[in-house]
Design a protein around this ligand. Sequence first.
Ligand code: IPM
Ligand code: MN
Length: 352
Amino acid sequence: MAKTYKIATIPGDGTGPEVVREGLKVMEAAASKFNFKYETFNFDFGGERYLRTNEVLPASAIDDLKKFDAIFLGAIGHPDVKPGILEKGILLKLRFDLNQYINLRPVQLLDERFCPLKNKKPADINFTVVRENSEGLYVGAGGNVYKGTKQEVAVQESINTRFGIERCVRYAYEYARKYSRKKQLTLCGKTNVLTYAFDLWQRTFAEVGEEYKDIKTDYAHVDAITMWMVKNPEWFDVIVTDNMFGDIITDLAAMIQGGMGIAAGGNINPDGVSMFEPIGGSAPKYTGMNVINPLAAIGAGALLLRELGEEAAAGAIEKSIREVVTTKIKDLAAGKMGYSTTEVGDLIVKHL
Ligand code: IPM
Ligand code: MN
């Protein structure tokens, strides 16, 4: 009997609803082709709702979302809302309270035309970043004293627990074993300066690695990684790192794979509800114009289906994305694709 999944949608702000619509269009086609069913329930969280109600997230949100099999998110961020409120109040709160302790960012260049680096081919840019998603600087530990005066002090601390690091590193080893092409895992840190936090990361990485002798390990400082990612991205296979460094290097990684139009990510709780999103943000200036690239959201939909166990559907969507990108799309940037947002969604469905 066909399975019925329950998927929560949070289209959010700006172009979020437009890309989520295309993501669902593709998921619908995949469902009928691969014989599974899903029902969606929509949540209106985002900047508009906040401006209207003065509430970032209703108290029931976390419990409500826990009842779903997965969450499909468009974008959070509104030009009329001060930076930090929606990010911390919605996106980060969901990540933390739903215990989505992994931020998974597969990075793949699909067509040489879209790479800003000279002479790099699809085979050269094909790696995954496993970012710790529940600790580090993102915990928000710290505070101010004497705020607004010349004596002001601001402290913002990075929290790293053995437990949090271990589960993240273990996930990365497992991921490398299951999906990666070179069976290689690189720890990205800063052991030469952050000698408490990354000493713990490095020891944990080595200890857990004892159980994964089939995986080659490697270490690089975060600053060096930004250099190698531009010069020799082909060296990387799976990279594991902390929350802040992961945030930074995944934006760089998104650019070398062709930009935000194609970059998808997952916030994963391996034992709970995971949330998938295009990582590009709400792009307010393109809102409602039917020009935004929906491929990142469609790719996020594929990651969602993979997490639910629908590997064949996920793979088929990714294959269609690859075909459409290599044979049709003129440019991955908004407004330059040669097709509208809805037409790109239709093309993916057709190739499916
Ligand atoms: C990301 C984003 C978020 C982050 C912001 C919007 C809070 O940049 O998903 O990478 O910093 O994690
Ligand atoms: Mn980011």
